[in-house]
Design a protein around this ligand. Sequence first.
Ligand SMILES: Cc1ncc(COP(=O)(O)O)c(C=O)c1O
Length: 361
Amino acid sequence: MSASLPEFPWDTLAAAKATAAAHPDGIVDLSVGTPVDPVAPLIREALAAASSAPGYPATAGTARLRESAVAALTRRFGVTGLSEAAVLPVIGTKELIAWLPTLLGLGAADVVVVPELAYPTYDVGARLAGTQIVRADSLTQLGPQSPALIYLNSPSNPTGRVLGVDHLRKVVGWARERGVLVASDECYLGLAWDAQPFSVLHPSVCDGDHTGLLAVHSLSKTSSLAGYRAGFVAGDADVVTELLAVRKHAGMIVPTPVQAAMVAALDDDEHEQVQRERYALRRAVLLPALRAAGFSVDHSEAGLYLWASRAQDCRETVGWLADRGILVAPGEFYGPAGARHVRVALTATDERINAAAARLS
Ligand SMILES: Cc1ncc(COP(=O)(O)O)c(C=O)c1O
């Protein structure tokens, strides 16, 4: 099976990583979006308080968790009309994305549409299920074909691009007419800087009708819980019920202490705002430093990445930065259209971000 999957992209960065690590003041690793800030005390306390968990948790999650997820989407993102039965916890959203086409029973006759520049796991999930894969950002690129599943990701990893309400509405309307399922990966929805992103479940996008729509929400970035493996999927109640029915058999269950921690994270907006502020400050340091060093920075109006270019092949840019002790991800990891960009993550300590800015100047 692994032979049908691409080479694990980060494995190809070993040489650049060794170069960057040789910098006398150490590497600044901006190549992955892994959070570095401490988990908020109220979340850790909730995890610890739930640590005596001898019995199996329910795959559907506790009623309390589903309530908290609905309340958080309503409060933070203006989602309306979501019922608790239409929410399902997942073991981090990478897990859900990697298995979604399989869980839906898709196969060789089906087409999965992923953005031209995209988080690699959309492609991996389609490959695991053996579906056809089409990279497209516009509906006109799809012509008359009717895919089974179409991914949206706004704000985008890697580009930080935010899709406007009109764009989202158009995709939802088009998909509805054809019975296509839309999976909107909203991992970075809470991290907006220069543009306002919308959930696919927001009434201005879907008119309050969640039929054929899934919103995928990770707690990894906004609550710095990547190590807990915590996310959920919400939207079309029938699709969520079907996913639950399969996942119950497959043992895809979020541990009880993590479910309790998720409740604490979803009920509290303050720690999220503190985290957002940290990233805003890091962005305010790194963005001008990249520009001053001659990079152009495209999109990047939201999310945790700067999509930067020196108008040369991305591997050359990776090398140029590695010579300065800075490791970034080549744009080609995310699709052929990224061949002349690099993705620079904001997920490093203030000290390391300041070091990167100093090395660029
Ligand atoms: C676009 C996108 N979706 C999903 C994920 C997966 O997040 P997790 O599995 O931690 O929930 C990531 C992680 O980087 C991402 O960038």
